[in-house]
Write a protein that binds this ligand. Structure first.
Ligand code: ADP
Ligand code: ASP
Ligand code: MG
Length: 815
């Protein structure tokens, strides 16, 4: 025989009840002899609790009672043939009337004992099982409703009663004998004490009922039917990427559920374990899926852990003091005291010096626990051997679980790295001596972020999600969105990276969408759904969303975003930017930003600050990191100037070439912004700093291309007039170069900590001789690349290549 237990979510509506009946019928007809255990209809136990508490507080409860009645009656009307409805409705009405009497009693006395509450709660399971058994009876006449409170005997610990195994065994066995051949619908969750008063087995306790029946009746399996595909690697409501686990050991399932995986009630594992009966968690709404099998042996899964679970609200009590040192009885006394008063201690950690004990409890128990401690340890407190216990609130627990953990080194490293990188502060750590679990206490508000970050860290083969906030939607921003949109599927399939742009702002508007903005229509979304742009609020919203693997992209050319970088790093968010302003400002700022990013374990990537998408910053960094030493860097890092000197040959006049460059859009509106070398200077400064030199922009020796009078001109037109007048100067330069078989190049160099940018003539031996078009080129002469320098060359400007560089930085975040 087999136990089929259906949770509240499986008996929540007409449709779901039909799905349940289908599964029961199939099992029954296959000759499996199922015994069915049902929970109350979904939401009913909570509703009963509310009504009871309202009644005790003198508040009205009749509306709620009416809705409870309607919820059950509706099912009768839809699923029972009209001619059979009456007796069922009458019986249900009787139950509802009894319930009303009980609630009236509570209301009159303004008192709700745990005993009365259990009795009131029992009506949920009694109504649902009676109802569903009657529906099934229409097709399977052997169906029969069983009130399990007559068969499950417990102590009098109302609300969370403990099983009396011997008595229960006898009663269930007798039931099986007298009801052989029947299809039983047994109430989950409830039992009764020695005096026959109804008790409950704890919230979620119907799973436990199923296991108790399964164990006594030696079932071949205990199937827990719910609304998800088995036990998942994490709570699917929080971690969207959680996936179903095919096999778990009892211990693993126990640990996961103890630390919050609600899908199965932890005590359920005990009776099943004792008899090695497999528990199978299955989805009522996807019955073809095999679900999760919980069995004696753990199975290797290819992942170092099985799952991650969490408890979202705990309080932590800290006890410190010399009174605890070497006193072996201290913790014994403490925890006996708490156990005696029924305070459940969720987790304990003790410092190795025994100077402090930290333990976590349900927030409702915290004050009581402290009062008990104050009384029990009064003498120690008076003698200052113990300091006054401190309660910390609004905390949560995250636990990673798996039997393979003990054979795999580096588990806690990986856990703490994921937490640290995302700025999640760990308040306390506990590792079970079994090494099946490592638990950390963190702020409650960080739980969702932590669960996702840790899930990404341990199930790395799964796709990693980067959450992007982008400011700047000009040429580069817009091109980046186009590229991200186009590459989305490829990245996901080939590299397991999903990039979600969750915030976009330009200077006018900003828009957010945590699910990811559709990049095929970001303009419309920004226009139609966006609010007035404000960088401060944009950054606040980004911080408030508290997402893991979060990246801020600055695709602007303005200074304002860079003033926020430091704060962004401090929120453990990485920055990717093509904006040079931050890195080419004061050295102090450069240093501060780099240090802050490092301290917070996040990335600061700006490959496109130098040579657009060309790998220059990265190459320099790799050379430095691998211990190479830079002897000399030479570079041409202005596409515009490159273009001009590449075309200034033969008969061409300098004036014409500059004009043409401007017409082609290669220059700034005022060509002097390029020819003045400032932009080039910034790039060289960044490289020098990255190479380890603490330089300021004033330290760069910037040689002029243009004669003084051209620079002095007050308008662009006047500049061109002066340029025409300087024709002889430029022709002379060209002639000199041509006579020597050389070409003119505007070259930046870094050597011995000095940066110079100047016009030079180079012969064909020089790597820069053959530079064409508007290309950039850089040569690194290092200890390792001494005889033949390492050269990077290619297009160093343009929206496509720059956006591609930003894209490359982005996918490298966190790598
Ligand atoms: P039932 O009504 O069937 O007893 P529960 O609500 O008690 O269902 O438990 C099922 C729910 O548990 C799922 O809907 C899911 O949201 C939640 N849950 C939390 N953690 C996990 C997990 N690790 N795996 C599966 N479900 C989980
Ligand atoms: N109905 C009870 C509850 O909601 C028992 C259960 O669903 O397992 O806690
Ligand atoms: Mg449940």
């Amino acid at each position: 025989m087999k136990i089929l237990k259906f949770g509240g979510t499986s008996v929540g509506s007409v449709e779901s009840i039909q799905a349940v009946l289908q599964i029961v019928k199939q099992t029954y007809e296959s000759g499996e002899q199922p015994l069915v255990v049902l929970s109350a209809m979904s939401g009913i136990t909570n509703l009963l609790t509310k009504m009871a508490e309202d009644a005790a507080a003198g508040l009205p409860f009749m509306d709620d009672l009416k809705s409870l009645e309607t919820k059950h009656f509706d099912v009768v009307k839809k699923l029972i043939a009209v001619k059979y409805q009456n007796p069922v409705l009458t019986k249900l009405k009787l139950l509802v009337n009894e319930l009303e009497d009980l609630l009236q009693g509570v209301f009159a006395l303004r008192e709700l004992s745990l005993q009365s509450k259990d009795l009131i709660l029992s009506y949920g399971e009694r109504c649902s099982n009676y109802l569903v058994s009657k529906i099934m009876e229409q097709e399977i006449p052997e169906s029969e409703y069983i009130n399990a409170s007559y068969y499950i005997k417990t102590d009098s610990n109302f609300g969370n009663a403990h099983l009396n195994e011997t008595l229960t065994n006898q009663l269930i066995q007798a039931l099986a004998q007298t009801h052989s051949g029947k299809l039983l619908f047994v109430t989950g969750f409830i039992g009764s004490n020695e005096q026959g008063r109804v008790t409950t087995l704890g919230r979620g306790g119907s799973d436990y009922t199923a296991a108790i029946f399964g164990s006594v009746l030696n079932a071949s399996a205990i199937e827990i039917w719910t609304d998800v595909n088995g036990m998942l690697t994490a709570d699917p409501r929080v971690v969207k990427k959680a996936f179903s686990l095919p096999v778990l050991s009892y211990t693993e399932a126990m640990e996961l559920s103890y630390f919050g995986a609600k899908v199965i009630y932890p005590p359920t594992m005990v009776p099943a374990f004792m008899k090695k009966i497999p528990i199978v968690i299955r989805n009522t709404f996807q019955p073809e899926f095999a679900g999760t099998r919980i069995q004696f042996e753990s199975e290797k899964s290819g992942y170092p852990i099985k799952g991650i679970s969490s408890i979202s609200d705990v309080s932590v009590i800290n006890l410190t003091g010399s009174g605890m040192v070497g006193k072996s009885g201290f913790s014994g006394r403490l925890f006996t005291l708490l156990a005696r008063e029924q305070i459940n201690v969720i987790l304990i950690t003790q410092s190795s010096s025994e100077h402090s004990i930290t333990f976590a409890v349900n927030p409702n128990d915290a004050h009581k626990a402290v009062q008990l401690i104050n009384t029990e340890f009064e003498l120690e407190l008076l003698a200052n051997k113990l300091s006054v216990p401190v309660i910390e609130v609004d905390l949560g627990i995250l636990a990673i679980v798996g039997e393979n953990m003990k054979r795999t080194p580096g588990m806690s490293g990986r856990l703490f790295h994921a937490l640290g990188r995302n700025g999640i502060n760990v308040r306390a750590i506990a590792q079970g001596s079994s090494e099946f679990n490592i638990s950390v206490i963190i702020n409650k508000e960080d739980l969702a972020k932590a669960l996702n970050a840790v899930h990404d860290a341990f199930f790395a083969e799964l796709k990693k999600t980067l959450y992007v906030f982008n400011v700047g939607t000009g040429n580069i921003g817009a091109t980046l969105f186009k590229q991200l949109h186009k590459q989305h599927d490829f990245l996901l399939e080939q590299n397991d990276i999903e990039i979600k742009v969750v915030g976009i702002s330009n200077s006018r508007k900003m828009v957010f969408n945590q699910e990811g903005i559709d990049l095929s229509e970001w303009q419309e979304q920004l226009e139609n759904e966006g609010t007035a742009a404000d960088l401060g609020s944009f950054i606040q919203a980004m911080q408030a969303m508290n997402l893991p693997n979060c990246v801020f992209i600055d695709n602007t050319a303005s200074k304002l975003p860079s003033t926020y970088y430091e704060e962004i790093f401090k929120s453990n968010i990485s920055v990717v930017t093509c904006n040079k302003i931050a890195n080419s400002g004061s050295y102090e700022q450069y240093k501060c930003l780099h240090e802050t990013a490092r301290k917070h374990g996040v990335d600061f990537f700006y490959e496109t600050n130098v040579g657009a998408g060309l790998p220059i910053v990265r190459v320099l960094k790799d050379l430095m990191l691998s211990g190479d030493r830079i002897l000399r860097i030479e570079a041409i890092l202005s596409g515009t100037i490159s273009y001009i000197f590449n075309n200034f040959k033969g008969d061409a006049s300098f004036y014409d070439v500059v004009k043409k460059a401007q017409e082609l859009g290669y220059t700034e509106p005022d060509p002097r912004d390029d020819l003045g070398g400032i932009d080039f200077m910034r790039k060289m400064l960044i490289l020098a700093r990255d190479a380890g030199y603490p330089l300021e922009s004033a330290d760069v020796q910037l040689g002029n291309i243009l004669p003084e009078r051209c620079l002095q001109a007050s308008t662009v037109d006047e500049f061109y007039t002066e340029l025409l007048k300087a024709e002889d100067y430029f022709n002379q330069l060209k002639k000199d170069a041509e006579e020597q078989g050389k070409v003119i190049r505007y070259i930046g160099s870094l050597e011995n900590g000095e940066v110079k940018i100047s016009l030079q003539m180079v012969d064909e031996q020089h790597p820069f001789y053959a530079l064409s078009g508007s290309d950039n080129i850089i040569s690194f002469c290092t200890e390792r690349y001494k005889d033949r320098p390492l050269v990077v060359k290619g297009p160093g400007a343009g929206a496509e290549v720059t956006a591609a560089g930003v894209f490359a930085d982005l996918v490298n975040v966190g790598a």
